[in-house]
Write a protein that binds this ligand. Sequence first.
Ligand SMILES: Nc1ncnc2c1ncn2[C@@H]1O[C@H](COP(=O)(O)OP(=O)(O)OP(=O)(O)O)[C@@H](O)[C@H]1O
Ligand SMILES: [Mg+2]
Length: 261
Amino acid sequence: MSDHPFLVAQCIGKTFGAVMALDGVDVEIRRGEVLALLGDNGAGKSTFVKVLAGAHRQSAGELRIEGVPTSFASPQDAAAAGIATIYQELALSENLSVAENVYLGREEVRRVAGIPFLRRGAMRKRVIGLLDELDAHIPDPDLPVGGMSGGQRQAVAICRALNLDAKLVIMDEPTAALAVAETRKVLSLVRRLADRGCAVVLVSHNISDVFAVADRMVVFRRGRKIAERRRDETDPEEIVSFITGAHPSLRTDERKSAAYA
Ligand SMILES: Nc1ncnc2c1ncn2[C@@H]1O[C@H](COP(=O)(O)OP(=O)(O)OP(=O)(O)O)[C@@H](O)[C@H]1O
Ligand SMILES: [Mg+2]
């Protein structure tokens, strides 16, 4: 069972009317690995992520989870399969505490004479454990999220994903709005997620972030996967040339249209 990658996407296509947003995309997503998705605006990254997250149904192709063909009718189906997606607008509740956000919608309850009571102590303890494990620099889980920095918010969202027992965490541009020091912290959280056995997909336009943290990189261009490299077999220059369409391996008409784009 664990010989299989966590998720295999095979020949995924997605059309929106006449627009072909994805075309024949094959990607393997493995446990313990950070996979970066790169590509220019409109390349199909978010559409691919949404297919993995159950937000879009693919028009063609198949997803397999641990070797088993799977189809998602909704984001709830993907969540039940262990896929958590952290979108850029984090969907945290400002006036609730860190611990309350981590447990939002799935609070632990104890019943006494049929009356439900929140198990605050147990939840708080688990959140402290998760924050600690991630070395998340949040001193107190009872603090409201409203006063927190962008990096701390990312940490809360990651804890939430872990608390849902996510096996795959997908992050769409997690550092886009962060300052340098905060970016570094979020990247180390991303690395730690993979090191504890999660599969991580990181969508990013930031080449230096990607080289700091990703094990593998996949480049999309006009809905197709045009390159896949391990970090140790490529360099930023090559990856940028794939993103812009200038790489010599691409068809001449691709490169020409890149020059005029
Ligand atoms: N809901 C939709 N309806 C119609 N077309 C869509 C929809 N979502 C995406 N598209 C189209 O699909 C293509 C891929 O878009 P997508 O958002 O996946 O790109 P992206 O790689 O995430 O780009 P960016 O870097 O700008 O976020 C684009 O041509 C886009 O206009
Ligand atoms: Mg996008």
